[in-house]
Design a protein around this ligand. Structure first.
Ligand code: ZN
Length: 144
């Protein structure tokens, strides 16, 4: 499990940054709201893999992060059919994914990427990185 990108949230209702995600390419603790300079909530993107299979049989993507409850509201699954043998499940939790359409796209890409790499016998899969431009196009505010 690795921390990668993250999002910071200001939970002060009197702040104009309230509830708005601030994208952080290199998250550091604690998150300080860039508007009111008070400490907020930081959620980092992370993934975990369970199971013994070399090929990934299922990808789960947790999305629609709720900063007040500090949990994800939704999950989507992508299952690779027709793979025999041992199961291997990858779970990605990302505060950068808001919609089911995005989550499905990420799950599909992750499954394809991980299995393409596994087929080349690489044992340390890493999700494909979105570029700064992709993130800005999705409506994120890039801070660092
Ligand atoms: Zn604030």
């Amino acid at each position: 499990m690795r921390a990668r990108r993250g999002a910071g949230y200001c939970l002060k209702q009197d702040c104009s940054g309230f509830g708005q995600p601030f994208l952080l390419m290199r998250p550091s603790v604690p998150f300080e709201c860039p508007v009111c300079m008070r400490t907020g909530v930081l959620e980092t993107e992370r993934w975990a893999r369970t199971g013994e299979g070399a090929l990934v049989t299922e990808v789960r993507v947790d999305f629609d992060f709720d900063p007040e409850r500090r949990r994800y509201r939704k999950r989507t699954l992508k299952v690779e059919r027709g793979l025999e043998g041992r199961r291997s499940v990858v779970t990605l939790q990302s505060p950068l994914i808001d919609t089911r359409e995005q989550a499905i796209r990420v799950a599909r890409r992750l499954l394809d990427t991980l299995n393409a790499r596994a087929r080349f016998s690489l044992r340390d899969p890493t999700p494909a990185k979105a570029t700064r431009r992709d993130l800005i196009a999705e409506g994120w505010t890039v801070l660092a």
